[in-house]
Design a protein around this ligand. Sequence first.
Ligand code: PLP
Ligand code: TYF
Length: 403
Amino acid sequence: MFESVETYAGDPILSLNDDFQKDPRPNKINLSIGIYFDDAGRIPVLESVRRAEHAVASRDTPKPYLPMEGAANMRRAVQRLLFGAEHPAVTSGRIATIQSIGSSGGLKVGADFIARWLPGSAVWVSDPTWDNHRSMFEGAGLNVNTYPYYDPATGGVRFDAMLDTVRELPPRSVVLLHACCHNPTGVDLTREQWDRLIPLIAERDLLPYLDLAYQGFGDGIEEDAYAVRALAGARRPDGKPVAFFVANSFSKSMSLYGERCGALSVACADAAEADRVLGQLKFAVRRIYSSPPIHGGQIVAVILDEPELRARWEDELGGMRERIRAMRQALHRVLSAQLPGRDLDYFLTQRGMFSYTGLGAAQVDRLREEHGLYMVRSGRICVAGLNTSNVEAAANALAAVMR
Ligand code: PLP
Ligand code: TYF
């Protein structure tokens, strides 16, 4: 029956993480997978999450199927988090939001929706992007192309080239954009750049698809929602609101990876359109997994809705953000001392969990083999894998192959 089934090569990042686990060397360092580790090298359980879980468990309620779109309180809380509680886009009812199985689930439901309702549209992703973007959209039957993004020469964005490409896209093309903390490069658009890109998107009748997987890891919860808010305020030449997608994740921001908490929101022209879009998102969900699980969504809803837990969460997220920043500075300090004259400021200016080191695959292999330092072969490191006990060793190892 299955003679012709081919071997799965595995996901490069997940396989690397597995290899790390198997490595017997005591001083190994894992900068491969995009997970936030605390200073003790553990995945934290946030106090806000612990308390929300107790609150949810003590409800002692039955566990019916959720509706296809997920729990109403979670969906409402997500809209307020992303757009702002009083945003007219929210209060007017023109946002369709579903609770999803991680933001990956949201990305996939959105991809299926696009394949069904905008069948001629191709998807444009940044060069480079998170590998799974291409897989997910191609898996939904869509064509995936790239727009210029990262500039290895400057460590910044090739913004003019990006705009030139975007300007030439056929109407209704889907433009996938990292709302903050770009994976894998850590290089984000500035507010000024968003403010130049968005009018072009509106004018060219393009469909932006925001991926917001790291809200709060850049500058803050509100600050990192800048692109969402700017798009929600944008208007097309005919005066209608710009339509867009945003898939958001709580995996990192609440350290809830395996609970698979996320959402997909679609900003529509008006409430009637949002109703129809929500209906079709529900149909897409029905055909894949029917309805999402209860538990994680309720943790999220309780944290976002309960002021004391909300404040605690914001504090804890701020702590994660600051710790990453401190590790960036420590890494930069040691590397600068070891490699005088080298411009290493990109470690400080890149934001979020990742940095693009500019290292090639051969250097990455040497780091793993000779120093027990694991990172993705593209040269991406997860800065959140650094801590006060390993940062010096990691910096020394990096310097050894960068010389
Ligand atoms: N998008 C980006 C850019 C990511 O880096 C990730 C996870 O690493 C995801 C989406 C998916 O996250 P999740 O499905 O856990 O919400
Ligand atoms: O490190 C990264 O970029 C991600 C991490 O279900 C990840 O690939 C791992 C598992 C998963 C989603 C994202």
